[in-house]
Ligand binder design. Sequence first.
Ligand code: DOR
Ligand code: ZN
Length: 350
Amino acid sequence: MAQRLTIDRPSDGHLHLRDGAGMAAVVAHSARVFSRAVVMPNLSPPVVTVDLAAAYRERILAALPSGSAFEPLMTLYLTDSTRGSEIRAAKDSGFVVAAKLYPAGATTHSDRGVTGIDRIAPVLAELAACGLPLLVHGEVADPAVDIFDRERVFVDRVLAPLVERWPDLKVVLEHVSTREGVQFVSASSPLVAATVTPQHLLLDVNDLLAGGVRPHHYCLPVLKSREHRQAVTAAATSDSPKFFLGTDSAPHPRSRKECGCGAAGVFSAHAAIELYAEAFEAAGALDRLAAFATRRGPDFYGLPRAAGSVTLVRQPWRVPASYPFGDDVVVPLRAGETVAWRVIAEGEAQ
Ligand code: DOR
Ligand code: ZN
């Protein structure tokens, strides 16, 4: 069994950094290991223009620990009134790399999201023309559909027709969580890909609900059955270029998770690459971790490979019970428990 693994600095294809003091508290966790991240735009109010994305990017850069080389790759939040001209401006900006489709009502801060694909048809045409990817939160918000079926139904009702109508559009099914999602992406053209989170590789619905409700395992898309987790794991650890790392690390204050109606989101930035290493090791696929974490995402986005490397050693460490998060704390994935892999600091003797 490999005890030590060196890979290029990875890229996070899907990250929630929040804003203000919370963002300043969490961004260093990502910058510690990742060379860059695709930053989600679901702030309140959301990042709907290139100007807002530019200002948010500056705030992120200003909050980075000195000396860190971390590139925030910005995204635009699509609404029913996003114009094609904003997409063109995004492409010209150089720092906006994608647009995010939140079906209205599907998840955190999605109330200004898109109410019907027809409403953004000119925007999708412009994205395809510019070569900018459409990032999709792939769940229907239809209250008549069970929460466990929302991704599968989205694939049938929304994603399949969308990909057929815009065959030249790059599309990422974010945080894929079902066998049907995996199958759709696998069967689609090379322009259709998916990100995979650590929680959808390591956990299933029993880890959310069996023996007590674990609010820190609650995220959207919700954790599925073991069978779906196995399908997602098989895809991530395969040699397909379509499945790549996107943590969906989504911090919420502890008080918003441990309450009568807890927010969706798993915070994993403190140990993301380490947790992926566990999942890949368990699948007997550690040799694929580098491609998944460092090459496939940048290749899909047309970005250069990142400079620098990180070294992981198989040396268990205990995750703290919480980390500072603005005027509250955030409870991380594996809080108080151990993670099998550790990133060694540059120059650290091992
Ligand atoms: O669990 C989630 N948390 N899923 C999302 O889609 C949004 C995210 C958040 O922003 O908290
Ligand atoms: Zn997300």
